[in-house]
Design a protein around this ligand. Structure first.
Ligand code: NAD
Length: 316
């Protein structure tokens, strides 16, 4: 059993913290939103009065925050403009030698900055973003992608295993975030490709089920089709069957593809599909359906394609 502080008890953080409690850890939590903190307390998390109080006696501090800006502000107490939520910041409030584990999805550069700040403050730090969504966070079946020094990975592996099914050491600091944005670049592009294929199949007279039965057992098979199928019917558990309630919100996909686009720019990699997917999801999230599951992109493709007779130019 470890004394764990959990900061950021939102859609992902709350069920993750609850699974740590179930595994026998003593978890002290904090969230800026009182309602989120109260809900976590119902699952056995000790509610702290502030972020500083939550980490004061912790051996391990887990953060699950919206973005790199939130992470750096929480670590340092203030953002680049000197504004902050109050308190000294997590790095100053924790005991020297505390192990900081950031599970948020953030920019690779922000992850490395956060790591360096933690080490400069006398702590140890790893990045450990997740895949698996709220369903995986609740069922403790997440995949953790860990960027860490070897000794830190050993120390964190068991705790992460209480919240997930797979814990992969991806290399040194920032390595976890690098793996996460590469995965989500594949995911965004594959969902667009699968959705385009369904709309084309509709126009060519194929039923969704027939196209699914072929592609799911042929060379086009992928997670976007067989688990998160963007049309209702073939995969009854996919968000398309419940009016595209997430799942994985389009706004989060737009965010992750934006992080991939930043990394492409920083590294000079010419990834035309990845950049185009980022533009498509940014427009979709801003103009249409930010809180729908990202598979709702199929509806935008269908709408953009006009009516079948307009598309074919057939006025009869
Ligand atoms: P969320 O917005 O539901 O939760 C974030 C929480 O952090 C909020 O409750 C907010 O009040 C709190 N917070 C922000 N700043 C804080 C501070 N300084 N101190 C304390 N609390 C603070 O977001 P989420 O869906 O739980 O996602 C969290 C992270 O996980 C994001 O980086 C996201 O990209 C990533 N992620 C989400 C999913 C998903 O399906 N939701 C899947 C994989 C990864």
């Amino acid at each position: 059993m470890s004394a764990v502080a959990f900061v950021g008890l939102g859609n992902m953080g709350a069920p993750m913290a609850a699974n740590l409690v179930t595994a026998g850890h003593r978890v002290t939590g904090f969230d800026l939103v009182p309602d989120a903190l109260a809900k976590a307390a119902e699952t056995g998390v000790h509610a702290a009065g502030s972020a500083d109080e939550a980490v004061a006696d912790a051996e391990l501090v887990i953060t699950m925050l919206p973005s790199g800006r939130h992470l750096l502000t929480a670590y340092n107490g203030v953002d680049a403009e000197g504004n902050g939520p109050g308190g000294t910041g997590l790095l100053a409030a924790a005991r020297p030698g505390t192990l900081f584990v950031d599970c948020s999805t953030v920019d690779v550069a922000d992850a490395r900055t956060a790591n360096a700040a933690a080490v400069a403050a006398g702590h140890r730090a790893v990045d450990a973003p997740v895949s698996g969504g709220v369903v995986g966070a609740t069922a403790a079946t997440l995949t953790f992608m860990v960027g860490a020094e070897a000794a830190d990975f050993t120390d964190v592996e068991q705790v992460l295993s209480s919240m997930g099914r797979k814990v992969v050491h991806c290399g040194g600091p920032g390595g976890g975030q690098a793996a996460k944005i590469c995965n989500n670049m594949v995911l965004g592009a594959s969902m667009i490709a699968v959705s385009e294929a369904f709309v084309l199949g509709e126009r060519l007279g194929l039923t969704h089920q027939a196209l699914y039965d072929v592609v799911s057992t042929a060379s086009g098979q992928c997670w976007s089709l067989t688990t998160n199928c963007p049309v209702p019917g073939p995969v009854p558990t996919s968000p398309a069957n419940r009016d595209y309630k997430p799942g994985f919100a389009a706004s989060l996909m737009a965010k992750d593809l934006g992080l991939a686009a930043n990394a492409l720019r920083d590294t000079g990699v010419e990834a035309q599909i990845g950049l185009h997917a980022a533009r498509i999801y940014t427009a979709f999230a801003e103009e249409l359906d930010a809180e729908r599951d990202f598979s709702a992109i199929v509806n935008a493709i269908r709408e953009r394609s006009g009516k079948p007779d307009e598309a074919s130019g057939d006025a009869s």
